[in-house]
Structures are given as structure tokens and as C-alpha cells.
Design a protein around this ligand. Structure first.
Ligand code: BV8
Length: 233
């Protein structure tokens, strides 16, 4: 499945495009591009340091937990590709999670290229644990940069039977193109979101509502189906 900011919204983490979204306060160009970082690294560090603190203060919600529990019930079959840079899927117990756009909990050294677990602010320009240089950046994928693990993700999506898209506006590529890969491969596709997308033709099912309600119900349905006691929820 593919998740976005909407799955973490009920954990108090702001989304991007909502009326109180991050992009209301910050220009993408200023805080989420390599050019913006080169122009004003302090602004970008303040932006991600604040989000790192907010993510640490947040707790996984019923939607995160439902996906982790589903993975327990159908071992080895649930892969979460998330656009989110928070770690709420992992803190809910999910083990197979790919962060296609990076993680707040990791820093990337621009001198030696090492990526390392990171929990503190970066604004103070702390030294890299590997090379000692003070050019650590948030280990997130900015616009115009290549996303992470795309081949691995495409391979997995091309083999899946079920592809759920949860809590995302589908505005950002290549993540938004994954449903087309799944549909092309014959997977059953479902959108679980607060709002419908303009184009839902690639979805076999569209379930509108808050993720903490829709995801547990949908997951329960698939479990029942798997247990052979009748159709999906
Ligand atoms: C690349 C990390 C090439 C940092 C992020 C013109 C046209 C088309 C595409 C492009 C274009 N120009 C450029 C592009 C490509 C560009 C792109 O897609 N731009 C968009 C803006 C048009 N993509 C890129 O640049 C990608 N890289 O293409 O590189 C390349 C190739 C090889 C070598 C070199 C280069 C990189 C994109 C990744 C950028 N980084 N994040 C950070 O987080 O700060 S993207 C970031 O924004 C998120 O990760 C996420 O992907 C996106 C936000 O989307 P959502 O998560 O969906 O959030 P949003 O607020 O939009 O929507 C929330 C949804 O949840 C809503 O629908 C709402 O209804 C719903 N919701 C709300 N509450 C709830 C809920 N649902 C359920 N329950 C609720 N309670």
C-alpha cells in the first residue's frame, strides 16, 4: 500500500495541502528543494527540526495500528510504501516500510554521503559521525531529487494482489503513478481518503472518510475474506 500525510493527520501531524497545511506557510521552493537549501540552509533546518520534534511528540493512530495488525495476520504480504517522513508506521509495529521520500529520523552527510540515524536538531550544524564534517542535511527527498528505492518499490507493486492508497492527494510523482503500475498488474486497487481524487478511474473502490475509521474497517474486511467467511468489509 501507499500512504501519505492524511494517515498521520489524526496523530496531529500537519498535511501539506489542507487549509492549515504546511504549504500554506512555506513555499515548496524555499524549504523542499536543493536550491532552497543552498539559498537558506537555516530556514530549511528550522523547518525540518520543527517537524522532527512534532513527529516525536505524536503517537501512531488506529489507522497505523490496523496496518501493523493486518501484517501480523497475513505474514510477509503487507508492504507499506510511505511518502511520510515520520516514523509512525514503525512505532505502530509495521516492519516492512519503505520511505520513498526519506525520513526525519535520518541525516545525510553532504561530504561523505553517509546516512545515519538522527534524532536531534540539525540547525546547530553538528559534525558527521563518520567524517566529522559539519554538512549534515535532513535525509529527505526534495523536489527535483531522485526518490528512494524506486526499483524495489516498482517490483513489489507489480506483484501485489491488493494496492491500497491511503491518505494522499496523489499530487506528487512518481509516488502517484504507483496505482497505475498496480492496476496494470491486475491488482485490486482501493483509495481510502478524506476527499476523492479528481481522477479515480484507476481505483476499483473508493472509501471516503477519516483513516482511523476507514482503514481498520477495510483491513477487517480483507481478513474476513482471507479467513473465507464472506466478502470484504
Ligand atoms: C523527481 C519529502 C526526478 C520532504 C516530498 C510537473 C508536473 C508533474 C510532476 C512534476 C512537475 N514538475 C516536477 C514534477 C515532479 C515532482 C512532483 O511531483 N511535483 C508536484 C508538486 C507536481 N516530483 C519530484 O520532484 C520527485 N522527484 O521527480 O525527480 C529525478 C529522477 C532521477 C534523478 C533525479 C531527479 C520528488 C518528489 C518528493 C518530494 N518530497 N516529501 C518533505 O516531506 O518535506 S513530497 C511531500 O509532498 C510528501 O512526501 C508527499 O509526497 C507530498 C504531499 O502529499 P500528501 O502526502 O498526499 O499530502 P497532501 O497534504 O497533499 O494530501 C493529504 C491527503 O490526505 C488529502 O487528499 C486529504 O484529503 C487526505 N486526508 C487529510 N486528513 C485525512 C486524510 N485522509 C484520511 N484521513 C484523514 N484524517
Amino acid at each position: 500500500m501507499l500512504t501519505g500525510a492524511g494517515i498521520s493527520a489524526e496523530s496531529g501531524i500537519r498535511t501539506f495541502r489542507a487549509s492549515d497545511g504546511l504549504w500554506e506557510e512555506h513555499r515548496i521552493e524555499d524549504v523542499a528543494t536543493p536550491e532552497g537549501y543552498a539559498a537558506d540552509p537555516a530556514l530549511v533546518h528550522a523547518f525540518y527540526d520543527e517537524r522532527r520534534r512534532a513527529a516525536r511528540a505524536a503517537e501512531p493512530n488506529a489507522a497505523h495500528r490496523a496496518l501493523a495488525e493486518l501484517a501480523e495476520r497475513v505474514p510477509g504480504e503487507v508492504l507499506i510504501v510511505t511518502q511520510n517522513i515520520d516514523d509512525l508506521h514503525e512505532r505502530a509495529g509495521s516492519s516492512r516500510v519503505i520511505h520513498i521520500h526519506g525520513e526525519l529520523g535520518s541525516a545525510l552527510c553532504e561530504a561523505c554521503g553517509r546516512r545515519m540515524p538522527w534524532t536531534q536538531d540539525l540547525a546547530g550544524r553538528p559534525p558527521c559521525r563518520a567524517c566529522g564534517e559539519r554538512v549534515l542535511r535532513p535525509d529527505v527527498v526534495w523536489f527535483g531529487e531522485a526518490v528512494y528505492a524506486l526499483d524495489e518499490i516498482f517490483d513489489a507493486v507489480a506483484l501485489c494482489e491488493e494496492f491500497w492508497v491511503v491518505g494522499t492527494s496523489g499530487a506528487v510523482t512518481p509516488a502517484a503513478s504507483l496505482v497505475a503500475v498496480a492496476a496494470e498488474a491486475g491488482a485490486r486497487t482501493a483509495l481510502l481518503n478524506l476527499e476523492a481524487h479528481d481522477d479515480v478511474r484507476l481505483f476499483d473502490e473508493v472509501v471516503l472518510g477519516p483513516a482511523t475509521e476507514t482503514v481498520p474497517a477495510f483491513a477487517a474486511g480483507i481478513s474476513r475474506q482471507r479467513d473465507g467467511v464472506g466478502g470484504r468489509g
